[in-house]
Design a protein around this ligand. Structure first.
Ligand code: PEP
Ligand code: MN
Length: 350
């Protein structure tokens, strides 16, 4: 529900509407648009009679239902795009931001070699997993605290802000102490306890879309973070499960465009997990940029054959530098021969 106040509504009238909304056991989200105030009703406002009373409150011009269930993440109340800043890097601004680094932090040498190379190639942020969500309990689970310390050091040395995944609620504090941005992995997108804990940190959050989550569920997960008090949220499309087996996941680029229509939050793309194949990462990256993505997150490893996780989808250091070059090249030209006649002339033909 969204309450539009009249242009002449006084501060007292606005406060009165807020009190009424709170009296309905809902939260009021007050937003100013140019000379106008709108108030979002967060929660289920109950029966029509109460809403009718609300619409008759002094200063109220109109009460209308919201068409989407995510008032804070959606664009209905927030038509302008949001820029999320992470250590000076701006997501959702003019430029496409590239985050790069290894899937997992494996050693000091591996991390620093990668961090220096991606910085030299033009990356804006460093990624690296310290706590890894692995399908098998026998696979490499990450170096934990040791990796967090290495990430912080590598970030400081290169001047790149760091993003890393937080797997469990009890690790939020330690990860927030070491990293500039906290990643919610795909498998944790609907871990509501984790989302609530992350809503209370001052750190920006990179929210990956769950492998089987709809766009609506993804935006509702973002709503948890915003409603809990953290407005610094960046969405990340990383591929969903379909019947296809030639790619590890199906990179849903239409979802990127749709999420940007529905939400004011920046949306980035992970073509590494989205395809699972090194050979497809450059093409998928260019496609993501073409569809309007605000950034990319790319896995890079100095020796992908020996990587402890996600080697097949990791670019080499040279491969990443080549990708960065290719992103600045203009896309292929679309054949568009100049028409021999105007549409009007063609219509005159027999
Ligand atoms: C990762 O970024 O390495 C990762 C595990 O991603 P996702 O949660 O998208 O699988
Ligand atoms: Mn990975």
């Amino acid at each position: 529900m969204i309450v539009s106040m009249s242009e002449r509504a006084t501060t007292e009238e606005i406060a009165g509407v807020v009190r009424r909304i709170e009296g309905l056991n809902c939260r009021a989200h007050v937003k100013r648009w140019e000379s106008r105030t709108v108030i979002g009703v967060l929660g289920a406002p109950g029966a029509g009679r109460e809403m009718e009373e609300l619409s008759r409150s002094p200063g109220v011009e109109a009460v209308a239902p919201l068409t989407q269930p995510f008032p804070l993440a959606g664009r209905e109340m927030n038509p302008a795009r949001t820029v999320v800043e992470v250590g000076g890097v701006r997501f959702g601004g003019e430029e496409v931001v590239v985050i790069a680094g290894p899937c997992s932090v494996e050693s000091r040498r591996q991390l620093f070699e990668t961090a220096r190379a991606v910085k030299a190639a033009g990356a804006s942020m460093l990624r690296g997993g310290a706590y890894k969500p692995r399908t098998s309990p026998y696979d490499f689970q990450g170096l934990g605290l040791e990796a967090l310390a290495l990430l912080r050091e590598a970030g400081r040395e290169t001047g790149l802000p760091v993003v890393t995944e937080v797997l469990a609620t009890e690790d939020v504090e330690a990860v927030a102490e070491h990293a500039d941005m906290l990643q919610v992995g795909a498998r944790n997108m609907q871990n509501f306890a984790l989302l609530r804990a992350l809503a209370r940190t001052p750190r920006p959050v990179l929210l990956k879309r769950g492998p089987s989550a709809t766009i609506r569920e993804w935006l509702l997960a973002a709503e948890y973070l915003l409603a809990g008090g953290n407005p610094h949220v960046v969405l990340c499309e990383r591929g969903i499960k379909t019947f296809e087996t030639e790619t590890r996941n199906t990179l849903d680029l239409a979802a990127v465009a749709r999420a940007r229509e529905l939400s004011h939050l920046p949306v980035i793309v992970d073509p590494s997990h989205g395809t699972g194949r090194r050979s497809l990462v450059p093409a998928a990256s260019r496609a993501a940029v073409a569809v309007g993505a605000d950034g990319l997150i790319i896995e890079v490893h100095p020796d992908p054959e020996r990587a402890l996780s996600d080697g097949p989808q990791s670019l080499t250091l040279d491969g990443f530098a080549e990708l960065m070059w290719s992103l600045s090249e203009p896309p292929r030209r679309v054949a568009a021969p100049r028409p021999a006649a105007t549409l009007e002339e063609l219509c005159e033909l027999p």
